[in-house]
Design a protein around this ligand. Structure first.
Ligand SMILES: Cc1ncc(COP(=O)(O)O)c(C=O)c1O
Length: 368
């Protein structure tokens, strides 16, 4: 069949689907930046600057059963997650990153045209998966400090509303949604997804309520606090009935054997990993204070492992490019409510120092 005819066969709403602007892998920047690849400071995807537990690397080097499919029932993994979260196994489902769980939840609930409330600005994958699953995104703007406007959320509910998605702490703003606001949203009775990807940086959670609220779904990940982003492992806690449906519709082997090994080792090394989390939090506060001293940046307080800043002079895109040329990767945003903004993931102390020095040097050339 001629290639040009393929659009006629593709789902019409996907012909112009924009996709997701993913973070840049350092290897794609070879010879394009002023530093060698090993010198790149990657502060653009909220990864863990300390990497994973050394026990993960050791156990993976010794692992012998790569030729065998993983346990599709996630039996051991779910038990380990029960141990970590205190939520019983029948409420837990794991997948290839919490991204995959967002997708699975939308697949489970959405028929074409169903509305999904999304509190913007927020994690762009929410919009991506709503559209991919033929839902209709209903954007409810956060206020000027990026707090969720619960009244506006309730007002946005129609008879077609199927789901409400909410990240706390929110990416890219770092904002927390207070428990009483979450409870008020849960009281609407609609299925609510609370994405707690950055939970370990706050300690605030509604996960224990999945037994009480039949409409609450809580998502977590090992990508951020545990340094396992590359292995793609996330999990969710659900009312048992929803967990059961998700177990039925997930790909059987969606969590690979390397991720299973990595979770086991991670949970054995929790004290050391949580010390690193504490260091990242301390660095976040130090970086926040230093960024406040730069008069052309406005950092927002954050409860996660990144800081959002408005760029008050010149353009955020240009700033991002200037930093990239010098081997420092950050994320830039230019969309309603996030005009001229950059998001900086918290690095190691020495990386944050280089970032601050570079920002001070760059001030000269920031004329738009
Ligand atoms: C709010 C939020 N949810 C989910 C994810 C995705 O996590 P995972 O790597 O587990 O797919 C991210 C990653 O940036 C995020 O910020």
């Amino acid at each position: 069949m001629a290639d040009e005819g393929i659009e006629k066969l593709i789902r019409p709403e996907l012909v112009n689907f924009g996709g997701y602007a993913a973070s840049k892998s350092p290897e794609t920047l070879k010879d394009k930046v002023e530093v060698p690849l090993e010198g790149i400071i990657k502060l653009d995807a909220n990864e863990n600057p300390y990497g994973c537990s050394p026990g993960v690397n050791r156990a993976l080097a010794d692992y012998r059963d790569i030729s065998i499919y993983p346990d599709s029932g996630q039996t051991e993994l779910r038990k380990q997650l029960q141990g970590y979260t205190g939520v019983p196994v029948e409420h837990i489902v794991a997948a290839a990153g919490s991204d995959q769980l967002i997708d699975l939840i939308l697949r489970l609930f959405i028929t074409p045209g169903d509305e999904v409330i999304n509190c913007i600005p927020t994690f762009a994958m929410f919009h991506f998966f709503i559209e991919l699953n033929r839902g209709t995104p209903v954007a409810v703007r956060r206020d000027k400090d990026f707090n969720v406007n619960v009244t506006a959320v309730k007002k946005a509910i129609t008879e077609r509303t199927k789901l409400i998605l909410l990240a706390t702490p929110n990416n890219p703003t770092g904002t927390i949604t207070p428990r009483e606001d979450i409870l008020e949203i849960l009281d609407t009775g609609l299925p609510v997804v609370i994405d707690e990807a950055y939970f370990e940086f706050t300690g605030e959670t509604v996960a224990p309520l999945v037994d009480k609220y039949k409409n609450l779904m809580v998502l977590r990940t090992f990508s951020k606090w545990a340094g396992l982003a590359g292995l793609r492992i996330g999990y969710g806690m659900f009312p048992a009935k929803i967990a059961d449906y998700l177990m039925r519709i997930k790909e059987p082997y969606c969590v690979n054997v390397a991720a299973l090994v990595a979770v086991r080792e991670t949970l054995e090394d929790i004290d050391a990993l949580m010390k690193r989390v504490k260091t990242i939090i301390d660095e976040r506060e130090r970086l926040y204070s230093s960024l406040q001293e730069i008069d052309w940046l406005k950092p927002y307080p954050s409860k996660a492992n990144f800081i959002l800043c408005s760029v008050l002079k010149g353009s955020a895109k240009k700033l991002q490019q200037n930093l990239e040329d010098r081997g420092i990767l950050v994320r830039h945003f230019d969309q309603p409510l996030l005009r001229d903004s950059i998001r900086i993931s918290i690095g190691r102390a020495e990386e944050n120092d280089i970032l601050l020095e570079t920002l001070n040097e760059l001030e000269e050339g920031l004329d738009g």
